[in-house]
Design a protein around this ligand. Structure first.
Ligand code: KG4
Ligand code: ZN
Length: 364
């Protein structure tokens, strides 16, 4: 089965071809530089850029893989949650292509695709605890299978990625700042008392990261010298010159620790309630973070008790963690194999709304 995946839910235009669970090729156009001047994604610019890039990217993917449009059996497209205009751009393109190629169409839940992405590189195991950390979401799932996932916890306000990006913005780092904080965090030991690990004083599996952002803002107000010069000011772009153990590196390490350790506590709590799970799956853009990967790998190792009979730690390689077309193609193929499909009336789902399980019977 040859499945084309299309990802346009935010500011990456990603297309990929997967055949029988194997990635044949992928193309990715990031819009980061377009949005950087605004310090965040501008939805109207994002949709227009997806529209401009989709067809040339498809041409490039076909040339790269030697495939033809008529070879495609399934067109899988991210249908949400995401920016509605961006989603609709990708979905209109996918619908036209599916109709023209006589292929099946499937609208893929973007979050589900993140959680399944590691399956391109290693075998997935179910049931699993899914830890999804991205720019828009911080969710825990009990993953029964590739198609069936039960949400156990969510963020009540900001997502972990938002906390990284908003603090990075306060420090005048380039957008999106998560990966820069990751890099600087490796230059110092965290001060574990500097920032609170938010929303742990309860028994639930939800998160809240907005207070952490405020704690960093208060610290920066007291220490304005920590902020890098703004774009255009002398000394701007000095991020790469940050020395080891500098106060700025300590702030980055301490913020990273507060986020990583909060995720650790809730993941351990979830595992203690789920003796049946066989794997811990870490996914989403923030899963590329060095400290979080190390901390979650340790959680999985420590949960490998005799009673549990092993617990695999599964996470995509860092390049597959952030938005891409490969994860949509892979998830789409898995779902298509289970007999799921959509009609041309499948809808885009904006952020904040649940993605419905409204699959049609797979014809034929
Ligand atoms: O999954 P993703 O590509 O897009 C959404 O679906 O939201 O996640 C993007 C988020 C951004 O907040 C970005 O700063 C964060 O992932 N991110 C990281 C790292 N790489 C990407 N955060 C921390 N450390 C990283 N290495
Ligand atoms: Zn994403």
């Amino acid at each position: 089965m040859l499945c084309l995946g299309i990802e346009t839910s935010c500011d990456e235009t990603g297309l990929a071809l997967v055949r029988d669970g194997r990635l044949l090729g992928q193309v990715l156009r990031t819009q980061e530089e377009l949005h950087a001047v605004f310090g965040g994604v501008v939805p109207e610019i994002a949709s227009r850029e997806h529209y401009r890039c989709l067809a040339p990217l498809l041409d490039r993917l076909l040339a790269q893989t030697g495939a033809c449009v008529s070879d495609i059996d399934v067109v899988a497209v991210a249908r949400g949650p995401g920016l509605l205009g961006s989603l609709l751009t990708g979905m209109a393109f996918a619908k036209g292509l599916a109709l023209g190629a006589g292929a099946k169409l499937i609208g893929v839940n973007h979050l589900q695709a993140h959680l399944l992405a590691a399956g391109l590189e290693q075998e997935l195991q179910f049931p699993a605890l899914g830890v999804l950390v991205s720019g828009g979401h911080t969710n825990l799932y009990l993953m029964h299978s590739a198609a069936r996932m039960e949400r156990l916890g969510r963020t009540l306000d900001d997502a972990a990625g938002e906390a990284f990006d908003k603090v990075a913005k306060m420090l005048n780092f380039p957008y999106p700042g998560g990966r820069h904080i990751d890099r600087l965090a490796q230059l110092a030991e965290p001060d574990v008392e500097l920032f609170p690990r938010p929303y742990l004083d309860n028994q639930n599996l939800d998160f809240s990261f907005s207070g952490l952002k405020t704690a960093v803002a208060v610290h920066l107000d007291a220490h304005p010298e920590l902020r890098l010069p703004m774009m255009g000011e002398p000394g701007a772009g000095a991020l790469d010159a940050t020395p080891e153990n500098s106060p700025l590196a300590v702030v980055c390490a301490s913020l990273n620790f507060a986020i990583a350790d909060t995720l650790r506590v809730k993941a351990q709590r979830a595992l203690s309630r789920l003796p049946q799970v066989r794997a811990l799956i870490l996914a989403g853009g923030v899963a590329a973070n060095t400290m979080i990967r190390e901390s979650m790998a340790k959680v999985a190792r420590e949960a490998r008790t005799k009673e549990r009979n092993g617990l695999a730690f599964i996470t995509p390689s860092p390049g597959l963690c952030t938005d891409n077309g490969a994860m949509i193609a892979f998830a789409g193929e898995l779902l298509a194999r289970e007999g799921y499909a959509h009609g041309l009336d499948v809808d885009g789902i904006p952020r904040g709304r649940a993605v419905p399980l409204d699959y049609a019977e797979m014809p034929g």
